[in-house]
Ligand binder design. Sequence first.
Ligand code: 1HN
Length: 348
Amino acid sequence: MSHAAPVNTEAREAFYKAIDPESMRALWSVMGTIITPEPRSGCQPVMWKYDTVRARLMEAAGLITAKEAERRVLILENPGLKGTSKCTTSLYCGVQLVMPGEVAPAHRHTQSALRFVLEASGGHTAVGGERTTMHYGDFVITPNWQWHDHGNTSDDPVLWLDGLDIPLVQFLDASFAEGFGDDEQPITKPEGDAHARYGANMLPLGYEKVATTSPIFNYPYERSREALEQMRRMEEWDPCHGLKMRYTNPVDGGWAMPTIGTCLQLLPRGFKSAPYRSTDATVFTGVEGRGRSTVDGQVFEWGPRDVFVVPSWKEVVHEVDEDAVLFSYSDRPVQEKCGLFRERRGNS
Ligand code: 1HN
């Protein structure tokens, strides 16, 4: 708050001690630490180079199968949040590996997941009775409480970035999970069914919104990239973001997922962004090209598949010498619903 905590006196100390076993605490003694004038996060700016993560995953593949692990994932844990399995205060990030012939068995949980595909020549995931084939750069959703399993029938390893709302669900004490009992769920729909129904700017007549998550569960990179390419011709550059598009739920135009906001952005050759900060700590991954992002004074040189974090209310500046594409996710939908989202553009 505006002033520091009141000074301690012997009598006050004795009072705090006396009420502690009665499960009470004096607000004035802690107010400044629980209500801060601006966000004070333990979350730190950090980057993981893909080569390092990939090499460790390959090492893990010699230690455990996808089936035994259930999910063979290395968590990208924020060094400022050690021991919490968090990448930011509210969101989780990991990189998953499925080797040729492997299956990650079907299960479901109340946590929502996104996959951003980093390497795939034939991996697939099944959600709600439909399978989708994964390609580089695809954004795939596993809505909460939907059965999901993954497989790889190709000859090459399949890797993707996992983004989940685990810390949010944990905070709310709303975690439920169960196994399906079989490796794979039955496939009841042809591949492409969701896209045909919901991905053509049309909806079945009489369609009623039943879920909080988009009914489209694979947003193919080819189409997202094409949107950016078409739009660049209009030169609608945002000084802070270049050209940044959010993935939407076609049912209502809102975010694709209720708890995680996802975006794809193009930074044109020679672009240097204006400084930007926002309350939604954001996880970025490179998709095309190389760049340099300065986060709270720390410089991260990134290329395709590298992952870096911009914590809440820390300033970020992106610079690129060549055309570059970034995928990112944050808890922005939650903050917007709660009226908490704030941003600051430029140096003001
Ligand atoms: C999960 O179900 C997946 O389905 C990935 O691929 C990561 C991390 C924690 C809990 C569940 C998946 C996960 C996860």
